[in-house]
Structures are given as structure tokens and as C-alpha cells.
Design a protein around this ligand. Structure first.
Ligand code: GCU
Length: 568
């Protein structure tokens, strides 16, 4: 299952998960040797979805790798949907390149037309090579360099036309969670036809209530047309909120195609230093979560996602930061259903000035933001877009990239505030470009004493006044300490659970009692594998700052955080 609601009643969708043929290509000869036409005989079976690193012998493999399988279709046009992969993807059908993309956390759709109905050969090249100049993320990153098709692959088949794209926007007559509301829908739909002429009909449903019917007249050649359905009023709507996560199905239907989106109606705004959800102030009691598990890598099953969410809700959290990349769509569906607020970002982590100056960094970053927002725009749980994490925002290079990202995101989405996580708050020159200020600091862990937090917060608020930043809400987006699971001692020395417990007790009390801080995201939910590049300062080659270990067993700090977040 790739989503928690039925996306199609008419469109034929087949999952291509299961055993594929697989072969690594460490010397990058596959393209030259045309593996996409003659797949190597000595390939091995591998399961999709999955990270190849969990296969025996491939733990540290990083580079190019090839997948192959066949698919059947009775149609002449299909869409191949890759839900998640790491790095580059190139798709070949029947020996010909069909499409490629850099960046896979938001997935990739590859439309193939002109097919002869029958069996076809599908070959996929993916390459998770990291460098330290313009891959996103760079090689120096604090999570494991997994590779592969780590989420599902689907085959979609089309008749005469398909709903290629859509955007659902709305206005609320009143922003009041306590009563039913009237909503005005503004929907734009892009339809691609494959026939040479003819007519069709576009229908709009909300929860099976037919709202509009629009004639579709295709020009006399295969083309894309846009249809707007505006100002369509629907009454009796209940708003989406953490306490009442009301969701509705918006369905678009053509004669032979359809697609359903599940949305929630809410507003998220910033005003006078506060974050307002449906015009009510909210405090974000959050945690940072990687999509990682030692037995699955990024390819986490739904059972584990649900378990994570239950543990996080049990902690008293109302917010999760998807550190540091777009998450699986089905996890976002879970958050929509459970009313958990989400901060989503692209994996642009720790870029120094020289990497920020690389033109490919900007190009790839803009593309990844566009893919993320296009894929996830309709999730009510997503309340914040993050531009990047701990890039060197003391530099003009960072200012240029941040400005370009902010303009791109705001051109795609005017309904959500934007931020980035800064590790140089006092020297940062980019904070005026975003709506929320988010600070990553580890006083008392990596440097200084924990008491330095108080002095820092005072200094930062002075900076906000002198630089005209007042009115921007402050979030502490990362703070935490490492603890080896089971290391319980009488002393509070570093790497003990006792130290981590005392650290989070002190910092959370400080932040939760500061009226200028509207949100906290603990670093981090669970222990995760780190990258080879960092293994010498990561005991076990893991980042051990989880308040549960990698098998989701609670450390001492879990219970302290639960008391503070639930107010028990
Ligand atoms: C950084 C970074 C995290 C990293 C953490 C740590 O703030 O954003 O991805 O894992 O610090 O050092 O543990």
C-alpha cells in the first residue's frame, strides 16, 4: 500500500514491487556497455522497495547500480512512478532512455507514450554517489549513504487522456473550528490527451458529492489543456486541526481516468511573533525524526511508521520535523489522519561556502523544492517548508541561495510559512528572508557549558531587535545530547543516559518557559546510522542522540520529555 486512501477508481495502477534483477556498476561501465539493452547475465535478484546496503556484502556500496524487470500493458501510454530513490535515476524502456531526474526523496514520474501493447523491458540506473561540492546531500552528512529504489514503483495505464496535474486551493468563509464552514474551492487541472481529437468531460466531486461538470474539448492534435473550476462553494465543512483532523476526498474524473486527493481545510499563519493554526496560537512540541531503521534503512514498512508515530504521540508531541528530507507519502497520510504537524525540507545539509557557490547546487536545490511542494502541497499536516539545514548562512553565497529558494517556494505556495535551521544564529545574515527563525545549537554537548543557553538566548534577542527581526517566531529546531542505550551510571558523564536525561530536562524547561520560543524540536527521536565520513566521532557509527534507540527502545530521557511535553 502506497497511500492510506483510494487514489483511483478508474485508472489502472499496478505495483511493480517484488524481485528485480540487480547489478552494481562500481566502474560506471553500464551505460557504455549498454546494459539497458543487454542486461548482464550475472545479475542477482533484489527486492524493491529496499536499500541495497541491507544486502549481504553491499553495506558500504556507494555508486551506480542497475535494476531490471519486465512489465505488461494493453495500452500505448503509461506512467512509471518511482516513489523514492537516492540520488540520480535514469529510466530505459525497451532499450531506449525514457527519462531521468536528480533527487529522489519526492519521487519521479516517467511518462512513456507510443508503446505497442504487450511485454516491455524496464531498466533503471540509480546512482547514490555523494561528493563535497554539489550533490544534495554532500558526502559529509550525518546519516547513512543508503542507495537504491527504497520506496515502491507503480505502473499507471492510460486510455485516451489522463489528469496529468492539479492544484486544489480554497478560501474559508470563516476560520472557526467550532462551527461548520463554507469553503470556496479553486481548482486548476491539466489534462493531457493522447488521441488526435474528441471531447471529454471533467467532473469534480467532494466526498462523492458532484460539485461541477466541465466540458473538455481537445484541439485536433494531441495536446495538454488546462481547466479551471473556480469559486465552487461547499458548506458544512469542518476545519482540520490537531484535535479534529477532518479530511475530505476531492475527486477529479474524466471518461476513462480519475484521481483522488485527500485534503484538510485549515490556515497556518505567522503574526506578532506567534504561529497561528486556524487563527489560534499553537506551541510546537516537536521532535526530529529520520526515516531510518537498521534492518530497513530508508525502506521502512508502514507498521514501523505507525509504531514510530504512536511512540511520538505517547511522548506528548504535536509536531515532527522530517529531518532532513521529504518523507514517504504514506507517512504524511498518517500525519494527516492523526493531526500531527510536520516540517518538511530537502536534504541540503551543512553546505559550506564553496559548495553553495556551485551553480549545480542551486539548480538541484530549486528542483528538489519544486518536486517536494508539487508532491506534498495538499497535506494539511505540513505547516512549514524548510529551505536547508545548517548551511553557512554567514556568507553571501548562502544569502543568494536562500533568497532564490524563498522566492521559488513562495511562488509555489503562499499558504505556509518558511524557515531554515541555522547553526550560526548570532552571525547569520539570511534570517530576514524567512518567516520563522529556527535555531540548532548544542551548548553543553559539542561546546561550552549548558548554562550558555541562557546567555545565548539573551544575545540572540538583542540581535533580533537591532536587526529588525522582531515579530518572527523563534523555534529551537535542534538541541540534544548523545546517550548509549543501556549506559546508566551514578555520574552524569557524556554518552550516559543520565547525562542525556539531565540535558533535555534543563533545556526543555528553559525553552518551554520562554514566551518568545514558540516551538522545540528535540534532536532526535531515534538513534540512526551515520555516514562513514563521520564514523570516528559517532560511537557504533551511529548518531546516538535518540531518546529511543534504533530498535525504538526508550532511554531514560524519554520519560522526562514525556512529563514535560504532556505537562504531567
Ligand atoms: C546537526 C544536524 C543533524 C545532526 C546533529 C548532530 O544539527 O542538523 O543532522 O545529526 O547536528 O550533530 O547530532
Amino acid at each position: 500500500m502506497n497511500r492510506l486512501f483510494e487514489r483511483h477508481k478508474k485508472r489502472k495502477v499496478t505495483r511493480l514491487d517484488g524481485f528485480w534483477q540487480f547489478k552494481i556498476d562500481p566502474n560506471q561501465v553500464g551505460e557504455r556497455e549498454k546494459w539497458y539493452q543487454n542486461f548482464p547475465e550475472d545479475s542477482q535478484p533484489i527486492l524493491v522497495p529496499g536499500c541495497w546496503n541491507n544486502e549481504l556484502g553491499l553495506y558500504h556500496y556507494e555508486g551506480a547500480a542497475w535494476y531490471q524487470r519486465e512489465f505488461q500493458t494493453t495500452k500505448s501510454q503509461v506512467n512509471l512512478v518511482f516513489y523514492g530513490f537516492y540520488g540520480l535515476i535514469k529510466v530505459y524502456v525497451d532499450g531506449k532512455e525514457a527519462g531521468s531526474q536528480y533527487g529522489g526523496f519526492s519521487g519521479y514520474e516517467c511518462l512513456i507514450t507510443g508503446l505497442t501493447p504487450g511485454k516491455h523491458n524496464l531498466v533503471v540506473l540509480t546512482d547514490n554517489t555523494h561528493n563535497n561540492s554539489n550533490t544534495i546531500p554532500l558526502a559529509r552528512v550525518d546519516w547513512f549513504h543508503y542507495g537504491g529504489l527504497f520506496r515502491s514503483v507503480e505502473l499507471m495505464e492510460f486510455d485516451d487522456a489522463w489528469i496529468k496535474d492539479y492544484r486544489i486551493d480554497y478560501q474559508l468563509e470563516q476560520i472557526d473550528e467550532s462551527t461548520a464552514n463554507t469553503v470556496y474551492l479553486d481548482i486548476s487541472v491539466t489534462i493531457q490527451n493522447f488521441t488526435t481529437s474528441g471531447t471529454n468531460e471533467l467532473k469534480l466531486y467532494l466526498d462523492d458529492q458532484l460539485l461541477a461538470v466541465k466540458p473538455v474539448n481537445f484541439p485536433d492534435s494531441a495536446a495538454e489543456i488546462s481547466i479551471e473550476i473556480t469559486d465552487t462553494a461547499v458548506s458544512g465543512i469542518k476545519l482540520w486541526s490537531p484535535d479534529q483532523p477532518n479530511l475530505y476526498l476531492v475527486r477529479l474524473e474524466l471518461d476513462n481516468d480519475d484521481i483522488t486527493e485527500r485534503i484538510g481545510f485549515r490556515t497556518i499563519t505567522v503574526r506578532d511573533g506567534k504561529l497561528l493554526l486556524n487563527n489560534k496560537e499553537i506551541t510546537l512540541k516537536g521532535i526530529n525524526r529520520h526515516e531510518d531503521h537498521p534492518d530497513w534503512g530508508f525502506a521502512m514498512p508502514l507498521n514501523l511508521m505507525k509504531k514510530d508515530l504512536d511512540i511520538i504521540k505517547n511522548l506528548g508531541c504535536n509536531a515532527i520535523r522530517g529531518s532532513h528530507y521529504p518523507n514517504a507519502p504514506i507517512f504524511l497520510d498518517l500525519l494527516d489522519q492523526e493531526g500531527i504537524l510536520f516540517w518538511e525540507e530537502i536534504p541540503m545539509w551543512g553546505f559550506p561556502e564553496h559548495a553553495l557557490q556551485d551553480p549545480l547546487t542551486l539548480e538541484r536545490g530549486l528542483s528538489m523544492h519544486e518536486l517536494m511542494i508539487k508532491r506534498d502541497y495538499h497535506h494539511p499536516s505540513i505547516i512549514i517548508w524548510g529551505l536547508h539545514n545548517e548551511v553557512d548562512t554567514r556568507t553571501q553565497a548562502a544569502y543568494k541561495v536562500t533568497k532564490a529558494f524563498a522566492e521559488k517556494i513562495r511562488s509555489l505556495d503562499t499558504t505556509r510559512p518558511i524557515t531554515y535551521a541555522t547553526m550560526h544564529p548570532l552571525e547569520d545574515i539570511c534570517l530576514s528572508l524567512v518567516d520563522l527563525i529556527s535555531i540548532n545549537k548544542y551548548f553543553g554537548w559539542y561546546h561550552d557549558r549548558i548554562e550558555q543557553w541562557q546567555n545565548f538566548l539573551h544575545q540572540f534577542k538583542v540581535k533580533m531587535k537591532t536587526e529588525g527581526l522582531t515579530g518572527k517566531p523563534i523555534i529551537i529546531s535542534e538541541f540534544g545530547a548523545g546517550a548509549l542505550y543501556g549506559e546508566n551510571t551514578f555520574e552524569q558523564q557524556k554518552w550516559s543516559e543520565n547525562f542525556q536525561d539531565a540535558y533535555l530536562d534543563y533545556t526543555l524547561n528553559l525553552f518551554l518557559n520562554d514566551p518568545d520560543i514558540i516551538g522545540t524540536y528535540i534532536w532526535q527521536y531515534c538513534d540512526i546510522r551515520s555516514a562513514k565520513e563521520l564514523e570516528m566521532n559517532r560511537p557504533r557509527s551511529f548518531n546516538n542522540k535518540g531518546i529511543v534507540n534504533e530498535y525504538r527502545k526508550p532511554k531514560q530521557a524519554y520519560w522526562t520529555v514525556q512529563k514535560l511535553y504532556t505537562g504531567a
